[in-house]
Write a protein that binds this ligand. Sequence first.
Ligand SMILES: *Cc1c(COP(=O)(O)O)cnc(C)c1O
Length: 387
Amino acid sequence: MIHIPFNKPYMTGQELGYIADAHANLQFAGDGAYTKRCHAWLEARTGTARALLTHSCTAALEMSALLAEIGPGDEIIMPSYTFVSTANAFVLRGGVPVFVDIRPDTLNLDETLIEAAITPRTRAIVPVHYAGVGCEMDAIMALARRHGLQVIEDAAQGVTSEYRGKALGSIGDLGAYSFHETKNVICGEGGALLVNTPERSLRAEIIREKGTDRSRFFRGEVDKYTWQEVGSSFLPGELITAFLWAQLEQADRITGERLASWRYYHEQLAAAEKAGILRRPIVPDTCTHNAHMYYVLLTADVDRDVVLRQMKQHGIGAVFHYVPLHTSPAGSALGRTNGALPVTDSLSARLIRLPLWVGLTRAEQDEVIDVLLRAIDLAGHRRPATV
Ligand SMILES: *Cc1c(COP(=O)(O)O)cnc(C)c1O
């Protein structure tokens, strides 16, 4: 029996009230008052030209591929160490993911390896802000501009995080957020697309509304709406966005509570890192993060399966991710790597994510740490860490 779960969705207490309000107003289709509130909040917070709620981050990435006009054979540079949607969204348009290795410190796309992966077919770079910690966006943007490439930020984990004072997702041409139940600010299934160049916001609205200019029609800018280009239905219904509004209102409090738990793990595990038992996350000075995740990296001689099994036996919901995309059946068939990915291969096999949610107590964290360290001992730790 798991008594300290890996994740526990946090409810602000306002969700049902706002849903009841939308219900009382008979507003169920999308783009009602709650959606507008969420859009305004996201635009004010991130400084983006246009924020558009979607039914998932996956949907926002699919919209990005349409907006970026990705077609068959176009290459998109991205990490292999990411969630499947980062790649899938482009493969749906016929694009080819080109996987590049990650940095050993942040586990983010290694910006120094991007240039070597660029070919005449390259169209876009997709930095993934792992654990809500920003990629080296200055270098990535400069490189993209030099080569005429688009930058689409997978900021699924990065709501409220910043890189050099700019909201993650607002730095590239497009950015995608997730409000999935496992993220910090949630609505079950949900996401948002940040359209950072104003010239693109009309097309983004059209793609999101089944390829029609219905959004303009609702604003009274046209007297009928018609099919304008390829699109789909990417907008969430209003009950979902009423739920999300309750969470966005409390986004800073949620981030603050998570950060307090994150820092406690970090302090309590400092000695273990010093002793070479594990490695803690590294956050560059350029980044303020949202404590989306607390992970540790085991040393190469420790059997992760044994550690995870031990933790489960002691009722603790620790997990790992990701199986690198280049080693997956679809990723190896539909994408390619540029050279070997030694950091991805090594670190992905050694990472463990610890429970982290609003309401987690210090006593529970002490127990997680105690069980983790004993499990590592049992799983054969011998030598000091090499990273
Ligand atoms: C969660 C996540 C996604 C997918 O988000 P959904 O809202 O579930 O579609 C995509 N990319 C990354 C890096 C994620 O962590």
